[in-house]
Write a protein that binds this ligand. Structure first.
Ligand code: PAF
Length: 204
């Protein structure tokens, strides 16, 4: 598995794959990978020639009082999971290169971004749409894979792709659950035993 950190290196690698007629499947993540992510990688592996996964904890989708600084991270564990899932390229850009200055350009999918979860997390879906648009223009995928767990995120990304006529197919994969029914999520690691039991109960 190739690890790429530089944006222009990733872009030229994607260009060379495309010029050879190879299809690129892309799984964007914020890391701390679980079997939900692995299922996206497996589907990308089946349907594309080259699988690219990214790990980037995107600061612009976290509110000022949210968990950006304590978001769980495990780069070495993630690298092994990507390798085992058949990922060809792991793209891990630095925040300083993704956002060299305070961002002034954003993608907003109006109507979808400020309702439901967006109503209580102002700016969250703007940050998601913006970073996914940036990642698409760096990785240049033919197909990109997202989990249905983040239902509103999938709707926002599909809306962005349609609204901006982006040439990428969005594939949405079913939720992967723990044995007790709780949807897998990197943030489940925040839950104590009691919270975990309650969350699993409400998932049933
Ligand atoms: O679902 C996520 O992990 C993130 O929102 C994404 C799509 C990687 C954008 O940062």
């Amino acid at each position: 598995m190739k690890i790429i950190t530089g944006i222009s290196n990733m872009q030229s690698f994607a260009d060379s794959l495309r010029s050879q007629g190879r299809t690129i499947g892309f799984v964007p993540t914020m890391g701390f990978l679980h079997d939900g992510h692995v299922s996206l990688m497996g589907r990308a592996r089946q349907s594309c020639d080259i699988v690219v996964a990214s790990i980037f904890v995107n600061p612009t989708q976290f509110g000022p009082r949210e968990d950006f600084s304590r978001y769980p991270r495990d780069v070495e564990g993630d690298r092994k999971k990507c390798e085992a899932a058949g990922v060809d390229v792991l793209f891990m850009p630095a925040a300083a290169e993704m956002y060299p200055e305070k961002p002034s350009v954003f993608v907003v999918v109006e109507g979808l971004s400020d309702v439901l979860e967006g109503a209580i997390r102002p700016g969250h879906f703007r940050g998601v749409a913006t970073v996914v648009a940036k990642l698409f223009s760096i990785v240049k995928p033919h197909k990109a894979f997202f989990g249905q767990k983040d239902y509103q995120q999938c709707a926002v990304i599909k809306g962005m792709v349609k609204g901006l006529n982006l040439d990428v197919e969005i594939v949405v994969m079913p939720i992967v659950r723990e044995k007790d029914g709780l949807a897998m999520s990197s943030r489940n690691s925040y839950l104590n035993v009691d919270e975990r039991r309650k969350a699993a109960k409400s998932a049933r």
